[in-house]
Design a binder for this molecule. Structure first.
Ligand code: NI
Length: 138
C-alpha cells in the first residue's frame, strides 16, 4: 500500500447529498472508502477493456438431465484448463445444477469462455463476475 494523500474535492451540494445517501445505503463507513472503491471499479473496468490479466468467475445454472449439455460444459472446461483455476459444482435440486468457474487470464479469453458456457443450449442462466488479480488497483 502506498502513502496516504489528502486532497480536496469540490462538487455540487445536490450531488454530494446523493453520494452520501448512496454510500449510506451501501454501508460504507466514510466517503474516502466509498471513493476508493469507485476508483478501483473504474481501474478494474479499464483492465478488462485493455485485455489485461484479470480474474473472474462464471456462474451458471443448468439441467443436468441434458447429457449433451453436460458433456459440452465439461469439454469447454477441458479446452480452457490453462485459464480455469477451479470449478465447483453444486446440486441445487433434483434437476438443477449450479456451477462456479474461477478463471485467471487475459480479459478477452475469460469473456470468450463465459460466452461459450452461457450460450450452451439448455444453460438457464449465466453471469460473469469481472474481477481483478489485485495488481495496480491501489
Ligand atoms: Ni449437479
Amino acid at each position: 500500500m502506498s502513502e496516504l494523500v489528502r486532497f480536496g474535492v469540490s462538487l455540487e451540494k445536490g450531488l454530494l447529498d446523493k453520494f452520501d445517501l448512496l454510500i449510506r445505503e451501501k454501508k460504507y463507513t466514510n466517503r474516502s472508502e466509498a471513493l476508493r472503491d469507485l476508483i478501483r471499479q473504474e481501474l478494474v473496468k479499464k483492465q478488462w477493456e485493455e485485455d489485461s490479466e484479470v480474474a473472474g468467475a462464471i456462474t451458471f445454472v443448468y439441467d443436468h438431465h441434458k447429457r449433451e449439455l453436460v458433456n459440452r460444459v465439461i469439454d469447454i472446461q477441458h479446452d480452457f484448463q490453462n485459464i480455469i483455476v477451479s470449478s465447483q459444482h453444486i446440486h441445487l435440486d433434483h434437476d438443477n445444477c449450479l456451477e462456479i468457474v474461477a478463471l485467471r487470464g487475459n480479459a478477452r479469453e475469460v469473456e470468450m469462455v463465459a460466452d461459450m458456457l452461457r450460450s450452451v443450449r439448455g444453460v438457464r442462466y449465466g453471469t460473469l463476475s469481472m474481477s481483478s488479480i489485485g495488481r495496480d488497483i491501489d
